[in-house]
Design a protein around this ligand. Structure first.
Ligand code: FES
Ligand SMILES: [Fe+2]
Length: 457
């Protein structure tokens, strides 16, 4: 790593400025693989994808291929999907069930607990003896689950998953804990690439409701169209008042690199992106959600979220996605449809349809977003563009600590508290040798925000 890069100089969260070379610089990208993806808790799989012993699911931590496997004793382990002989992938299928992983190159076999169990021609090829216990698959240092979501980290000094999530768990519970029985993944996973840096996607889902007004204007107009009688009552050519004008309140949350945004609504109707069956389902299950989550979260049927660094989801729309980095100029999106396990099958199918329609690879909202990111990445090929400061000042100094149960550092939904926090935490991780050092820097930044924040009822 070229030690001349001063990461902290590229992020000025106190004054709300960012230098966009952070989205293009190959050396910064290398450092991200080491210090972000090599250190943070990263989403691996949902428990429902690997229910039985021997079930496996292939994914990535950063660019490292990872196979997640259900063990005989019911626990979950994750391994680097790399043969210890010549680095070949040992597990190929996206997912499945197996007794062993056999490398297709020279045939070394590994048990589902990672042990090297079989080496072809072993006695003749290794007359001196081969210590097989030394050459098992490399195991992901820590694996932990939170309400069905399985995460892993390579950092033995990382804080616990719960501590890592912090107040963000409250927001995630709105999806994971609506109903008895928890959630499951429905159908397959959409996977596609976008020619942009991973941070555009992760930051937008953490912090950017602002773009929806403009980037999604046409979709909002089409989806907001009312049945004839309601339209008559409104007057011809009139559209209903948008949610940001009618909502009782609107909040952005940003802390420890995580971020979220949502409006307070007053009835349990799903947001405009989803099918009628999905809306009906939310109305029918509202009493249960109310009991489990309280009113604010039971009514929170729209909202954007990122758990730092790369797990994002949208309430109501049922899309949960991971942004796998693929070099500084590309991201591979993996989009899962997540629903309540106890939802009827036809409702699950409706969730899957609506998630695909809005946020699948050809989804009408997804397209609006990626169009922006791809164009920005092209612009940043320019030397001057890459080194010009970007404005990230929205809502600066207006942070609030609430006393209505919405936890953490918050702001009005149209602000960039979460974006500033995302990049500050990112810079702290890149410029620190240990997790603890990075966290101390992030805490210091946040303590200032808290001290200066306004209490609101
Ligand atoms: S690379 Fe796997 S057995 Fe040779
Ligand atoms: Fe969007």
């Amino acid at each position: 790593m070229n030690k001349t890069i001063d990461i902290q100089a590229l992020i000025d969260s106190k004054n709300g400025q960012v230098t966009p070379s952070i989205y293009t610089d190959p050396e910064i990208y290398e450092l991200e693989l080491e210090r972000i993806f090599g250190r943070c808790w990263l989403f691996l799989a949902h428990e429902s994808q690997i229910p039985k012993a021997g079930d496996f699911f292939n994914t990535y931590m950063g660019e490292d291929p990872i196979v997640v496997v259900r063990q005989k004793d019911g626990t979950v382990k994750a391994f680097l999907n790399q043969c210890r002989h010549r680095s070949m992938r040992v597990s190929y299928a996206d997912s499945g069930n197996t007794k062993a992983f056999t490398c297709p190159y020279h045939g070394w076999s590994y048990a589902t607990n990672g042990e090297l169990i079989e080496v072809p021609l072993e006695p003749r090829a290794y007359p001196q003896g081969l210590c097989k216990s030394k050459w098992g698959l490399q195991e992901v240092t820590k694996v932990a689950s939170y309400k069905g979501l399985i995460f892993g980290t390579w950092d033995e000094n990382a804080v616990s998953l719960e501590e890592y999530m912090g107040d963000m768990a409250w927001y995630l519970d709105g999806v994971l804990d609506r109903r008895e029985g928890g959630t499951e993944i429905v159908g397959g996973i959409h996977k596609w690439t976008i020619d942009c840096n991973w941070k555009f996607a992760a930051e937008q889902f953490a912090s950017d409701q602002y773009h929806a007004l403009f980037s999604h204007a046409s979709a909002v107009q089409v989806l907001g169209a009312k049945p004839e009688d309601e339209q008559k009552a409104l007057g011809s050519g009139q559209t209903p008042r948008p949610v940001w004008e009618t909502a009782k309140d609107a909040i952005q949350f940003g802390q420890d690199g995580h971020g979220s945004g949502f409006f307070f609504t007053d009835k349990p109707d799903a947001n405009v992106w989803v099918d009628g069956e999905v809306s009906d389902y939310y109305r029918e299950t509202y009493p249960e959600a109310l009991e489990r989550l309280g009113e604010i979260r039971a009514l929170r049927l729209a909202g954007h979220n990122t758990l730092f660094p790369t797990l994002s989801w949208l309430n109501g729309t049922a899309t949960l996605r991971v942004w796998h980095p693929r070099g500084p100029n590309q991201v591979e999106v993996w989009a899962f449809c997540i629903t309540d396990k106890n939802a009827p099958e036809e409702v699950k199918a409706a969730f899957e349809r609506s998630a695909t329609r809005a946020f699948g690879p050809a989804g009408f909202l997804e397209q609006d977003d990626s169009e922006n990111w791809v164009e920005i990445q092209k612009i940043l090929r320019g030397y001057r563009a890459r080194n010009s400061q970007l404005c990230m000042e929205m809502g600066m100094g207006n942070e609030k600590i609430r006393d209505d149960g919405v936890p953490g550092i918050t702001n009005y939904i149209f602000s960039e508290t979460a974006a500033r926090g995302f990049y500050q935490h990112w810079a702290n991780l890149l410029s620190s040798k240990t997790w603890q050092e990075a966290k101390a820097k992030t805490d210091a930044y946040q303590n200032t925000l808290v001290e200066n924040s306004k209490e609101v009822a």
